[in-house]
Structures are given as structure tokens and as C-alpha cells.
Design a protein around this ligand. Sequence first.
Ligand code: UGA
Length: 447
Amino acid sequence: MQIAIYGAGYVGLVSAVCLAKLGHHVICFDTNVAKINFLCAGQCPIYEAQLPEMLNEQMHNGQLKFTHIIEDITAADIHIIATGTPSLADGHADISQVLEVAKLIVHRAQDDVILVIKSTVPVGTADKLDDLLKQELITSQKGFCCHIVSNPEFLREGTAIKDFLFADRIIIGGAEYGLLQLKTMYQPLIKTGIPIISMSRNSAELSKYSANVLLANKISFINKISEIAEAYAANIDEVSQGIGLDRRIGSDFLQAGIGYGGSCFPKDVRALTQIAQVKNIDATLIQSIDNVNKVQQKWAVTQLSKHFANNNLSLKIGIWGLAFKPGTDDIREASSIEIIKSLLKCGARLNLFDPVALINTQELFAAETAITWSKSACEVLEDHLDALIIATEWPVFKNFCLHTLKEKLGYAPIFDGRNCFDLMKIKAAKLAYYYSVGRPAIKYSEE
Ligand code: UGA
């Protein structure tokens, strides 16, 4: 099939590459000229496993093209909208880019259009868009139809290609003709046994939010339990294992830590709160997921304050990990950013390192003179730190030699926000102070 994708962001780019891999002819449009030029030169603008190789492979064999010129899209069996829907100040998702692109597609069309919404949009958006476009088609006396299908995406950063090609399920919402076209597009994946579920557009849109919010809920839940575990000297890892083996609960997304970040969970929890509230539905349950997360992002700073009881925190602090999770260079709503801002306010000097997210963080704190940008995990430790915080569980940190860590840190405490280390190993390495989330603190004294 000929497929046009609008938006070369994270979802648009991964979908474009994967649909090309499935044998379709894909053209991906974005108004960001610099990004398109970068892509046309075979460069990948985001850090994502397998993406650069597949991008080049599909461009090389002629299945995939990029453009910033709308006229380059001459014909397409399916038009996929994958533009951003950022949060507005009140939590609502801003769908203006989606609407703008949809109008543009219909305006340029000469014949029936299959329009797919992949962007995460508030429930009811596709139906509203349908009414709007129907009206436009009548007004402009165009004698054709626009079939709108909602097709939410469930990709995770870091494993996006795998999540697309080996999805747990594909969700499509809309009327029969549009759904039929999408089933044809996804045929190569359906043949491998991936279930495809047809439903109404509103259900598809609500499924997307519900999946993300339920996952965020699991994280906030286990983080709340971790606070209780800390107070009662229980171990959250044991609790996670204990409850996760119940098949009704499942062990995924029960890793306690310093909260969730990224471009999806924080935004989608706030958006679903709004979606409920505009219909006068009490959203306390959903809102509390966000509230718990905000407190959890402060865990490391709270523990630091407790440890250095009367000190004003104008200390030298190392931070390992800046990305909102391993496998990505994305720092949007990352817990590390909250920690950095709080510590800078307290007058701390910081040594920072991340294997891939350093450049993005440098851009954010370009004017900050209290930050030293280290080139390795080891370099962070070179400067007689007062404390070390671990904010992202990159393998390079998890596999770091504990004896070297002890030697470099001396009596400086570790605040492990991602529970990277086994407590027995920490004890054996005789680290002076080790604090982790929801697990007993480890303290070692020479006497
Ligand atoms: C999330 C969803 O997992 C995807 O299914 C969805 O498609 C995507 O949002 C989206 O809407 O586009 P993503 O934001 O890439 O994917 O990242 P996740 O792997 O879900 O992790 C989100 C955050 O939760 C990270 O900060 C991570 O550190 C944290 N997390 C995750 C925990 O704190 N504990 C866990 O047990 C799991």
C-alpha cells in the first residue's frame, strides 16, 4: 500500500520505518525542515535501538521517503496522523496540530480518504473531527468521503521497533470500510498471530489512555507501598515479587523507584483527569497517581536532607543517570531534572553523567555554572563527592564495581533511586551508607 505519515516524531518515525519494513511504500512528512534534511541524509534524530539501521535499510531499498513539501505526497491509500498532542496548562491535550493536518489532507484530496489518528487524542476527538470534515466536504461540494479510524500506538521508547513488530495487540476503531483498509495494512503482522481488535473510535481512544494510566497507576501504587515498606523495615523488592506472581496482578511495572517520567505517562494521567472532569466524573483516583509521582520524584532530595540533618545541602553531589529511563536520550519530565533543579536551588554543586542523555540535559541547563559534565560514571566520582544519587538504571551503573565505588566515595552516602544493587552485595562491599527505595538502609562502620 502507499502510506503517508504526518509527523516525524517518535511515533511517526517508528511507524514509518516499520510499515516500510512490512513492505508498504511510505512517505513521511514533517514541517521541521532541519529534521527532514537530517533524515534525508540517513541520520536518525532520536536515540532508539535498531532505528538507525532500519531507517537506512528502508530508505536504501526505496520503501521509505521523507519530505517537508506537502506536494510531494501525490497519492496515498492511507493517511496516518502522528503529530504531537502536548499538555496545555490545565492538563488538556492540545489537538490543534492533529486538526490542522486532517483539514490539510482532506483539502488536498480528490477522492475517498482513509484518515488514521495515531496521535494520543482525548476521547471523542475522532468523532468530532468526523463531523467537522463532513461539514467541510459538504461546504466545498467535494463528492467524496473521509473515513476516520482511530489506531492508538503502544510503543515504549527504547523498545519501540520490537513493540511495533511484535505488538501484544493492535487496536482499531471506526466503521467497517476504514477498518478493512487497516486490516489490509496490518496483514503481515496479523499473519504472525498478533490479535487485532475492532471497536468504536471512542473506545479505541479511551483504551490508549486507560493502558497508560493503569501502568502509571501500578508504578504510583508500588511507590506508595515502598514508603510504607521503608517505615516498617520491609523490602519492596520482596513485596513486588510476592504480589507480581499473582497472575491477576502481573509483575511488570511494579519496580519501585523515584517515579515515572517521559512524554506519555505524566501527560496522559493529566489528560484523563481532564477527560473525566469535563463530564463531571470524580477523578480523584486518577489525579492521585500524579500526586504520588510528584512526591516520589522528591525521594532523593528528601533522603539527602534527612541524612545531612542540619546541613544546608550546599554539597558536592554526583548524579548517575539523566534520561527518564534507560535505552533513551529523552529527558522529558525525567525525575533527574526535578532533582537537579531542587539541588541547584539549595546551592549544591553537581557532577552529572548519562551514557546518552548528556547533550539534551546540557541544552536545558546551558547557563548553569554549578554543574560539571562528566564523561563517564567513574569521572563523576573523582571529585570527592559528598553524596551520589542514581536516577536511571543504565546497565553501566548496575554493573559498576562496588569496591571501586567504596574506594571513591569513602563515607559519602549513595541514594539509589532505581534499586540498582543487591543489598547483600552492598553489605559485602562495606559501603558506608546506602539508601534505596522501599528497602532497609545499609550502614557500615569500621568498628
Ligand atoms: C509508555 C507506555 O509504556 C507505552 O506502552 C506507550 O505507548 C507510551 O508510553 C506512549 O504513550 O507513547 P514510555 O513512556 O516509553 O512508554 O516508557 P515506559 O517504559 O512505560 O516507562 C515510563 C516511566 O515509568 C519511566 O520513567 C520508567 O522509569 C518508569 N517505570 C516503569 C517505573 O518507575 N517502574 C516500573 O516498574 C516501570
